[in-house]
Design a protein around this ligand. Structure first.
Ligand code: CAO
Length: 415
């Protein structure tokens, strides 16, 4: 079966997490992704957080599926020529170097355009133009600068970063969308363009509801769905909301049976207004359905803590899965707190290809997260990540280099 991005060639100059997330997605959609790495070293994540000596780490393997790897020293004059040949042959160059690194290599936007006016140059940077544009940035810096950390955690504690890699993988996703959009525009204009996804911007985009709340707070001085209401204090900025729901339907994380020993015996429970009467029935508080202090969403807001405490008395008598089963019967929105172990073992996620077992020549079998975006006409087959330089000769031959030229370039340290 053909793939959505068949025929699209990506020159993948990415490393670590943000850029590789983007190019892995494009590879899963069928693009030919050629990852350029430095001979002998490669992407630094190949050796970071290793669990098996001398073997590509899970950090690397889980972000670089379906790609080809070529080694080129792009600071070597002959290596530069090879890169130029690749620029002429590819549709998109994706990079997430520190600001200015591509220019220092001699590959400015102007030079790339000279080589290939159809080339789309897509970059992840920590910040957009402004005071921090020259800074190197990692995940948690972006979470802090993008508004996530100041709004995550509990009111009486410090800012907290989230385990979801919204700065790296989140920005990689934004960049992938920018790239396919630019590819589409190129079908009309025939021209390439630059695509920039700054990590601060990507995180802020995902924290959009918190900028909403900042403005609500400034206008009204309070936010009734936050745990600070009615007894706590609001300051000038959106406070940390604990586990309060980000939307208009109040929610909280509640203990379930076994919470004393199992750190994940919890459920997220949403007191959605249309099912309020059903919630009252399930927890045995039928009178709340008609009590004026509880019957309407507005009346309930000052009592949310008591309401969740009462619901928790019920959830603590059930395991999270028993509670799910009962609540789902009544369309009461809820979600179990699943551990990574439970997710890894979940058969339905294996069946849909969201969790995939991959075989690797030096690592053996490992689990990875497959493509979360399912296209009916372009299914994803997850292929193992490449070894360092595994496809150098193959790609060089496609560029027209003879075996003798390839071996001379290797001797000169260019590839
Ligand atoms: N041949 C020769 N040189 C190469 C090369 C190759 N194949 N590949 C990379 N290099 C060089 C670069 O040209 C650069 O050289 P200069 O510093 O002389 O210009 C050098 O390797 C290092 O690149 P870097 O500065 O990007 O790498 P770093 O490890 O110091 O920084 C990071 C890493 C992530 C902080 C930085 O790349 C960055 O801020 N990127 C943008 C934001 C981003 O994506 N962050 C998320 C990373 S995922 O957590």
């Amino acid at each position: 079966m053909s793939k959505a991005l068949d025929g699209v060639r990506i020159l993948d100059f990415t490393h670590v997490q943000s850029g590789p997330t983007c190019t892995q997605l494009l590879a899963w959609f069928g693009a030919d992704v050629i990852k350029v790495e430095r001979a002998g070293a490669g992407d630094i994540t190949r050796e970071q957080l290793r669990d098996i000596p001398e073997v590509d780490s899970l950090y690397f393997t889980m972000l670089n599926h379906n790609k080809r790897s070529v080694t080129i020293d792009t600071k070597n004059p002959e290596g530069k020529q090879v890169l130029e040949a690749l620029i002429q042959k590819c549709d998109v160059l994706v990079e997430n170097f520190a600001p200015g690194a591509l220019d220092r290599m001699g590959f400015t936007w102007e030079r790339i355009q000279e080589l290939n006016p159809r080339m789309i140059v897509a970059s992840v940077k920590g910040f957009g133009p402004g005071p921090y544009e020259d800074c190197k940035v990692y995940e948690n810096v972006a979470q802090c600068a993008g508004g996530a950390a100041s709004t995550t955690g509990f009111d009486d504690g410090p800012p907290v970063v989230t385990g979801a890699q919204i700065g790296d993988s989140g920005t990689g996703l934004h960049l992938a969308l920018g790239i396919v959009t630019a590819l589409y525009q190129r079908t009309h204009t025939g021209r390439g363009q630059r695509v920039l996804a700054a990590m601060q911007d990507g995180v802020l985009n995902l924290c959009r509801v918190k900028l909403r709340d900042q403005q609500r707070l400034e206008r009204t001085g309070t936010m009734k769905e936050y745990p600070q209401y009615p007894n706590g204090q609001f300051g000038e900025a959106v406070p940390r909301a604990g586990n309060a729901s980000g939307g208009g339907q109040p929610g909280w994380i509640l203990k379930c049976k076994g919470w004393e020993t199992d750190p994940n015996a919890y459920i997220y429970f949403i007191t959605q207004a249309p099912v309020w009467a059903k919630i009252c029935n399930v927890i045995g508080k039928e009178e709340w359905a008609t009590d004026p202090d509880y019957a309407t969403p507005a009346a309930r807001l000052p009592h949310l803590k008591d309401i969740f405490a009462e619901i928790e008395r019920w959830t603590m008598t059930k395991t999270k899965f028993e509670a799910m089963q009962i609540l789902n019967k009544y369309d009461i929105p809820c979600g179990p707190i699943l551990s990574m172990k439970e997710i890894a073992e979940e058969p339905s996620l294996r069946k849909t290809g969201t969790i995939v077992e991959v075989d690797h020549p030096t690592r053996g079998k490992y689990l990875t997260v497959g493509n979360p975006i399912k296209l009916s006409d372009s299914p994803t087959e997850v292929m193992r990540s490449p070894l360092l330089g595994e496809h150098t000769d193959e790609v060089m031959a496609e560029l027209g280099y003879s075996p003798e030229q390839i071996s001379a370039l290797r001797t000169a340290g260019a590839i």
